[in-house]
Unconditional design. Structure first.
Length: 267
């Protein structure tokens, strides 16, 4: 109020204070808040417990015997911008390098990987590609706009009913594959998961080579209006890939022909 009177009527501070009956000392009073200890404590908690929020921080502070009230902690918490969502970096466990060897038998090792593309309306979609490392057979290509871990395990359940259960699955460190749901599902089924080392796609070379062929023949060759078109073309292409397309790595045989060969004639 005093500041308004001074600015509006161009009078001195003393006269303005007399007019509004305000002690001059109060006009000059500035409240000093020392929040340094609160700031340090909240920053410390944010480093130790990055996924927790204000209420848990406050509970920890009170348990340590600090008597700061909730409003003080809240004010400093907001001042530091800690209410904004923080994306914690997910740590990938250290992976052991696994040699990329062709398995000796069918359903011994499956390789999984995702691919991405867009429809003509610019909406993104993904495909989950599954091959058998033994004969490079395309076991499944599933297209969807979203492919969470639950959908991945459901697809694998369906494939296993038709093709049998693999001993192991080789994959990268994508969020769907390192999720607890996927790992627990594999553990329950007795399937070993072989993760490649981060940044080393060549360790999953069979599916990477397959992906390149699929992109050249389907994803880059057609414009898709919806997911159904993607799925139909992918399934038609898989039939040709498995039964008509010879592979140099299979001595000029198709995946279906190589699978039918006696073990003595495969090499």
């Amino acid at each position: 109020m005093a500041a308004y009177v001074i600015t509006r009527h161009h009078i001195s501070i003393s006269r303005a204070c007399k007019i509004i009956c305000l002690p001059k000392s109060m006009y000059y009073y500035t409240r000093i808040k020392d929040d340094s200890a609160t700031i340090l404590k909240l920053q410390e908690l944010a480093v130790k417990h990055p996924t927790e929020g204000q209420d848990l921080y406050y509970s920890r502070i009170r348990r340590e015997g600090l008597k700061w009230n909730y409003k003080r902690v809240r004010r400093v918490y907001l001042m530091l911008g800690m209410n904004k969502r923080r994306k914690a970096k997910r740590r990938v466990p250290q992976r052991v390098k696994q040699p990329l060897c062709q398995p000796e038998n069918y359903t011994e090792t499956w390789s999984l990987d995702f691919m991405s593309d867009v429809l003509v309306n610019k909406r993104k979609f993904r495909t989950l590609n599954v091959i058998d490392d033994f004969n490079k057979e395309a076991i499944a290509i599933e297209a969807a706009h979203s492919m969470p871990a639950q959908l991945v395990t459901r697809l694998l359940e369906r494939i296993m009913r038709e093709k049998g259960k693999p001993k192991r699955i080789r994959t990268d460190n994508g969020p769907e594959f390192i999720s607890r749901e996927f790992r627990d599902w594999c553990s329950a089924k007795g399937i070993e998961v072989q993760y490649i080392q981060p940044g080393r796609p060549m360790q999953n070379g069979y599916i990477e080579r397959f992906n390149r062929t699929f992109r050249e023949n389907i994803l880059d060759a057609y414009l898709f209006e919806d997911i159904t078109q993607v799925q139909i073309l992918a399934e038609e292409w898989m039939q040709d890939y498995n039964y008509n397309r010879p592979h140099d790595a299979l001595n000029g045989k198709t995946p279906a022909e190589y699978k039918a060969l006696p073990a003595a004639c495969r090499h």
